[in-house]
Design a protein around this ligand. Structure first.
Ligand code: OOG
Ligand code: MG
Length: 253
């Protein structure tokens, strides 16, 4: 299997908003090859002037694993071109079949090169916020297995951050809601994210160290969705509310 070729195909699929066939239908490849494809694919974005600005965790909730038919945590890289400003407009035609999901984001205060224990994490974080992640699988019909979706940078497409709050707080038992035009379309609880979203950040520090991807000061880490993701329509307002952390929204055209 040609890792560079597949990374290029996935990058082109994202740039052209045109889906491609699942890799695993044609190739046998393992999780290490999947992360190698992801790294190469993200390098194309970096070379175009879009540096890595964070990491995302995926499938940290039962709801997401069930929706996509997978059973393990994954992580991907967020680049600067994926960040959309709060209240800004997302052009859906730039994506293949975008979905949105409610998330919690952490802002990193100090570089991290090793796994950080739960009780130490607060020393490395200077903000938490409600967030919306937009995911867009580059695979036909949003169908993939675990290695496919890892190779495709975990469907990362865009994200929006709400106002930062003091991170010195428990993040358990917070209601997390996704709204389209003010109507709730999904609701979950922050406990659905590994029992506690801080555990997702811990997992991010472990996996980033394992794969040699340092987490840098200023990075944003998305903890993973608490609910299934929902397809969006143009001409609507997509909002997320997380109890205690507040609200965030954007518009679609
Ligand atoms: C993969 C991305 C998963 C999450 O929050 O669990 C993810 C996908 O569902 O396409 O972002
Ligand atoms: Mg997500």
């Amino acid at each position: 299997m040609d890792i560079n070729l597949i990374a290029k195909q996935l990058d082109d699929a994202a740039s052209n908003a045109a889906s491609i066939n699942q890799i695993s239908v044609q190739h046998n490849f393992d999780i290490n090859a999947a992360y190698a494809i992801q790294k190469t694919l993200v390098n194309h974005r970096v070379e175009r002037g879009n540096p890595i600005v964070g990491l995302k965790m995926g499938f940290t909730s039962e709801a997401k694993m069930k929706q996509m038919g997978v059973s393990d945590m994954i992580w991907g890289r967020l680049t600067s071109d994926m960040l959309i400003a709060s209240n800004d407009t997302l052009e859906l035609s730039k994506f293949i079949h975008p979905r949105s999901e409610p998330e919690i984001a952490f802002r990193i205060a100090k570089d991290i090169t090793e796994e950080v224990q739960l009780t130490d994490l607060l020393n490395y974080v200077d903000g938490v916020a409600a967030a919306i992640e937009v995911i867009d699988s580059r695979f036909l019909d949003f169908k993939f297995n675990l290695n496919d979706v890892i190779a495709d940078n975990c469907s990362s497409a865009a994200f929006v951050l709400g106002p930062w709050s003091d991170p010195n707080r428990e993040l358990t038992n917070l209601k997390m809601e996704l709204y389209f035009d003010g109507v709730e379309v999904e609701a979950g609880n922050s406990n659905d994210i590994l029992g506690n979203p801080w555990k997702s950040l811990q997992a991010a520090t472990r996996l980033a160290a394992k794969y040699g991807e340092p987490i840098k000061a200023g990075y944003v880490i998305l903890a993973g969705a608490a609910t299934p993701a929902v397809f969006m329509k143009s001409g609507s307002e997509v909002g997320v509310a997380v109890a205690e952390l507040g609200k965030v929204s954007f518009k679609t055209v």
